[in-house]
Design a protein around this ligand. Structure first.
Ligand code: ADP
Length: 601
């Protein structure tokens, strides 16, 4: 994960910040939920109270409406007309029916009906407001009650109307009914009245009245759409969405002894506003805590990570070989301070050990060099000193054969010849050894050399061998220049070419190919033969002094040629190697810096 790559200075504040977010988040959410729940409970109880009170008020209004209607029904003119309708009484009855007083505005028409449900008199705008079916319904209700009845709401255009019926009683008998057609229309009065009521209830409440039996609803100003839930069984808090007003909480009650139901709606947003406000405040406080926490965490992590960073830098510097940088520059008494002090002590120890070690290595190297030089001088002088007795052995044996050959028998002569051969071989060995030991000591100044010229010189030296074996030497392409030491490199080429001609079965014509290939800023020269090849396990061995894979009788030699090649290449800053398999020829190679890399003088 990417977090694993972050520094502690970032990780610590992240961790603390995450914890703070989690804690403040959970705490705020729980607190908000609690506040919300308690708000909802409070709202439910307030809704209940408000709805009950309003229903009571409506109940009182209903009684008031009936009392008004009954006053008309009880008037002498109306009763007289109901008892005995006649033209002479009509005008007086109509006058009594005409609405007066506080409710006159709301009464659109008044009718007098006979007990057998015939319309006797009409006053006002009955054409628009009087409804036959509504009249019959309210008369049915009024018939079952002494005090009269209030009818269902019905729509009249944009407005709502309802009927109030009161019986006309003459001598304890119902002689007819007064029906008053009320209208609920939007007027300045109703608006004022409604908004006063709303303010009284609070919480931006809206109240509605509807029929229990159908979908006619009004807000006491005009007709409105019905609520989207069934309010026929009111009780508890209703929750629904009111078109244009959003989600609401509502309570409903039947208005006793009317076909009406009352509904009070509180907009949910308004009700829950305090809870939301509380949540907003919690979030603000949470953000402040988070900010402070992050700041504190950042500060703390800095005091922790600064010394650690210093320690890391010191360790890096130490890794690069500098042991002089102290870490505990500022004294701290806590764990980090102790760690820094311990680190300094450790660095001091390492520095001392390293110095001791370096001194010891220098001393040992000096000692070794001296021993080496002694040994080389010893080898050189021994080789040199061995020469004269060896020459004497060879010379006297030769003289023995030449001067006393006729006096020696066959066996004696053969012995003498062996002595000569062995002495010559020993001489060759000493020559090679001297060459090798000189190579290790000699100064080899490097220069840019033409490989082509050196190959030619080497082949001239090998002319005898080439002729004897009738060898074919092929140089592929133009040979480039390299950086090396001319004489030494010629010796290397002679040794490799000689081997390429020598280690070929006698019945086969030796064929040696030379080619070069660039390797970055170096040049590799390949010397490939068609000889007996070398098994892979011997590829390294043959470059060591005196290592030979064949007896001298088959392929003569001293076993120093390749050791000289390897040593010479090392001394010239190059390398040498071989690729071969038994019976498949050998591909020796040497590698040197390309001539172009040599700085022009
Ligand atoms: P020398 O040639 O005097 O024996 P070198 O050091 O030149 O000594 O070679 C060591 C040995 O490596 C040889 O004795 C031979 O066994 C093996 N060798 C060297 N060159 C070749 C070659 N071109 N093909 C096969 N074997 C080789």
């Amino acid at each position: 994960m990417a977090v694993q790559g972050l520094s502690i200075q970032v990780k610590l504040p992240l961790l603390i910040g995450g914890l703070l977010v989690a804690v403040t988040g959970i705490y705020s959410w729980a607190a908000y939920q609690t506040v919300r729940r308690s708000t909802a409970t409070a709202v439910a109880s307030r809704l209940g109270t408000v709805v009950d009170q309003l229903a009571g008020t409506l109940q009182a209004s209903r009684d008031q409406l009936l009392a008004t209607a009954r006053t008309v029904a009880d008037s002498a003119a109306v009763r007289a007309y109901a008892l005995e309708p006649g033209d002479s009484r009509r005008a007086a009855a109509q006058a009594a029916l005409r609405p007066s007083g506080a409710q006159a505005q709301q009464i659109a028409a008044t009718e007098l009906w006979s007990a057998d449900r015939r319309r006797l008199l009409v006053v006002g705008d009955a054409d628009l407001w009087s409804k036959e079916s509504a009249a019959r319904a309210v008369l049915d209700s009024a018939a079952g009650s002494d005090s009269g009845a209030v009818g269902r709401l019905f729509p009249v255009g944009d407005s709502i109307g309802y009927a109030v019926a009161a019986p006309v009683v003459v001598r304890s008998r119902v002689r007819g009914y007064v029906v008053q057609w009320h209208r609920i229309a939007q007027s300045a009065d109703t608006r004022e009245q409604n908004s006063r009521l709303s303010r009284l209830i609070g919480s931006d409440a809206h109240f509605f009245i509807g029929n229990t039996a159908d979908d006619v609803w009004t807000d006491l100003a005009r007709r409105v759409p019905p609520p989207p839930v069934d309010v026929a069984h009111p009780g508890g808090v209703l929750r629904y969405e009111r078109a244009g007003a959003g989600p609401v909480l509502a309570g409903a009650r039947f208005v006793r002894r009317t076909p009406w139901v009352l509904l009070v709606e509180f907009p949910r947003d308004v009700v829950l506003a305090p809870a939301r406000q509380f949540l907003g405040r919690l979030i603000l406080i949470g953000a402040a805590i988070l900010g402070l926490g992050l700041l504190a965490a950042w500060g703390t992590s800095r005091t922790l990570t600064r010394p650690l960073a210093r320690l890391t830098r010191a360790a890096d510097v130490m890794a690069m070989g500098d042991y002089a940088q102290p870490v505990a520059a500022q004294a701290r008494s806590d764990e980090l301070g102790r760690l820094a002090a311990a680190f300094d002590v450790m660095v001091a120890h390492v520095r001392e050990s390293r110095q001791r070690l370096e001194e010891r290595v220098r001393a040992r190297t000096r000692e070794l060099q001296e021993r080496n030089e002694e040994l080389e001088a010893f080898a050189y002088s021994i080789s040199h000193d061995l020469r004269s007795p060896l020459r004497a052995m060879e010379g006297f044996s030769q003289a023995l054969i030449e001067d006393y050959g006729d006096r020696l028998d066959e066996v004696g002569r053969q012995h003498a010849e062996r002595v000569v051969k062995a002495a010559r071989r020993m001489d060759q060995l000493i020559d090679d050894l001297l060459a090798y030991s000189q190579l290790t000591r000699a100064d080899l100044p490097l220069a840019r050399i033409e490989l082509q010229r050196l190959v030619r010189a080497a082949l001239e030296q090998l002319d005898g061998d080439v002729r004897t074996r009738q060898a074919r030497i092929v140089v592929e392409g133009e040979l480039p220049t390299v950086v090396g030491h001319g004489t030494t490199l010629t010796q290397v080429l002679v040794n490799l070419l000689a081997n390429g001609i020598k280690f070929v079965p006698s019945e086969r014509t030796p064929e040696v190919r030379l080619r070069t290939e660039p390797r970055g800023d170096r040049v590799r020269l390949w010397i490939e033969d068609n000889g007996i090849g070398i098994a892979p396990e011997h590829h390294e061995r043959i470059f060591r002094v005196f290592e030979r894979l064949h007896p001298a009788t088959n392929y003569p030699g001293t076993g120093i040629g390749l050791a000289i090649v390897r040593k010479a290449m090392e001394r010239m800053g190059g390398s040498a190697g071989v690729e071969s398999d038994l019976g498949r020829g050998s591909r020796f190679w040497i590698e040197l810096p390309a001539g172009a890399t040599f700085p022009a003088s």
